[in-house]
Design a protein around this ligand. Structure first.
Ligand code: AHR
Length: 510
């Protein structure tokens, strides 16, 4: 029996809804086909956006969407993507698949997508190959309301009102595809570029920082995986001579970490794997927690008040592409293994929400660990979609103290994992929200909760469970789907058995 302690009286950090964010890049069939089919498509759409996909994304309450890349961002010249579609420049997407990018999805279309989703905007600027002027003008084009060349151009292109840019990334992976820079060089460039990310709407009153929604929050490029030298170098340079601006001129620092079960070179199949690989994948996912701790420790030295968020804006599984598909499109299937990967990462982000202020799964549709797959007019919700659905009540909830007794399981010494993963919060409506994962392929575990600081009287739950390789296909779209899970409450506590290979969401009400 695993004892599970929850103390709802001990309130910890707020779980920013942005932790449940998504990433969409001009890569493969993510934007084109997956989301945007154009106004003239036979696939039902509103202003070019697929109705089925938008509906499914609204169901999981996508809070924020990062765009246009990724590596694509540092090659993207935003003026190519505005104005009449027929005269927009065509180019080759050299990073991803060598296909023609016709720029029919640009700034106006992205803003329209976010409007339909009802989500915040996170635009990633081009520092690698763009100019300061170009970045500055993009911000002016999107957010300036008065008389100016860029505001006039926006009006001429059909949108007189300014948009709200909630987050702005100043470059992407500038240690690699974004210019192969050193940390100090990047951070100096960052300081210069961000100066011209003008705050036309900045309110005052609230202290600046990642949690202040009244201005554009600037995200600096952070480390790849465990590159602490990058974190140290960037933080040091950002905070040098900036006493007047206490946050080192930035509001967030990104972190990218993907789960590659067999390493970067081999990666491994999305659907054809054994139990050893299952545990290895989950063990590698759990490394996320160590990464957050190590980079947070460096950030704490410069920013003890945690005004600067750690932004995990690329996470998820990265496998070998599906047989017969363009290797540059990064299209992969999604199984119960991905569901557990999502569950682990989201529970980790919740637990570290004092520092992790935003995250984005890579990527939203048809690329890497997608929540949705499409084929022509068909669409399926992946097991990962269902996990986002089960976790959505944590958005903007208050993390509370919790701990579960675990045992180590697995097949190989090197890749052992704890059998259970959890986090708990109290949402704005006063309900206690609990999410649990059972990492075992074979074993069910009885769990006994000891809840203090909360007089629970009513309980409901949903579960996602199946065999480890279960997936949803266009022929069988509901093989993996959540269903009601029966459990009762006695003296405010719960006793239940969590089945092998499952993700569970429990709501307790007073
Ligand atoms: O998500 C795919 C790619 O992975 C992104 O373009 C890049 O930022 C990362 O290396």
């Amino acid at each position: 029996m695993a004892n599970y302690y929850i103390n709802a009286a001990v309130k910890k950090s707020k779980i920013n809804k942005e932790i449940y964010g998504h990433f969409s890049e001009h890569l493969g069939r993510c934007i084109y086909e997956g989301i945007y089919v154009g106004e003239n498509s036979d696939i039902p759409n509103v202003n070019g956006m697929r109705c089925d996909v938008v509906e499914a994304l609204k169901e999981i309450r996508v809070p924020v969407l990062r765009w246009p890349g990724g590596c694509f961002a540092d090659e993207y010249h935003w003026k190519d993507g505005i104005g009449p579609k027929e005269s927009r420049k065509k180019m080759i997407n050299t990073h991803w698949g060598g296909v023609v990018e016709d720029n029919s999805f640009g700034t106006h279309e992205y803003m329209e997508l976010c409007r339909q989703l009802g989500c915040e905007t996170y635009v990633n600027g081009n520092l690698g190959s763009g100019t300061v002027q170009e970045m500055s003008e993009w911000v002016e084009y999107m957010t300036f309301e008065g008389v100016s060349p860029m505001a006039d151009l926006r009006a001429k292109n059909g949108h007189p009102e300014a948009w709200k840019v909630d987050f702005f990334g100043v470059g992407n992976e500038n240690w690699g595809c974004g210019g192969n820079m050193t940390p100090e060089f990047y951070a100096n460039e960052y300081r210069r570029y961000q100066t011209y990310v003008r705050q036309y709407h900045a309110g005052n009153g609230m202290e600046q920082g990642i949690d202040n929604p009244s201005y554009i929050r600037r995200i600096a490029c952070g480390p790849n995986v465990a590159d602490t030298e990058w974190t140290e170098g960037v933080m040091k340079t950002l905070f040098r001579h900036c006493e007047a601006r206490m946050h080192g001129n930035a509001d967030g620092l990104s972190l990218h970490y993907y789960t590659h079960p067999e390493g970067w070179e081999i990666k491994g199949s999305a659907t054809d794997f054994d139990e050893k690989t299952w545990y290895k994948t989950l063990a590698k996912t759990l490394y996320m927690e160590e990464l957050i701790r190590m980079h947070s420790a460096i950030m704490d030295q410069y920013d003890p008040k945690k005004k600067l968020g750690l932004i995990v804006d690329e996470w998820g599984t990265w496998y070998t592409v599906e047989p017969g598909t363009n290797p540059g499109f990064l299209y992969q299937q999604n199984t119960m293994r991905d569901a557990l990967v999502a569950c682990l990462n989201l529970n980790i982000f919740n637990k570290h929400s004092d520092r992790v202020k935003m995250a984005a799964i890579a990527q939203m549709v048809n690329v890497l660990q997608s929540v949705i797959l499409t084929e022509g007019p068909q669409m399926v919700k992946t097991p990962t979609w269902h996990v986002f659905d089960l976790f959505k009540e944590h958005q903007d909830a208050q993390l509370v103290e919790s701990r579960i007794e675990t045992e180590m399981i697995g097949e190989e010494e090197e890749w052992m994992v704890p059998n259970l993963s959890e986090s708990a919060s109290v949402s704005a409506d006063g309900k206690l929200q609990i999410t649990l994962g059972n990492l075992s392929v074979t074993e069910d575990y009885p769990v006994s909760t000891q809840i203090t600081g909360y007089a629970g009287r009513k309980v409901s739950a949903r579960i996602l469970t199946g065999a480890m390789r279960d997936k949803n296909t266009f022929e069988a779209p509901d093989t993996v789907a959540s269903r009601e899970f029966e459990l009762t409450i006695g003296n405010g506590n719960l006793e239940f058995t969590i089945p092998a290979c499952s993700v569970l969401h429990i709501t307790v009400e007073e």
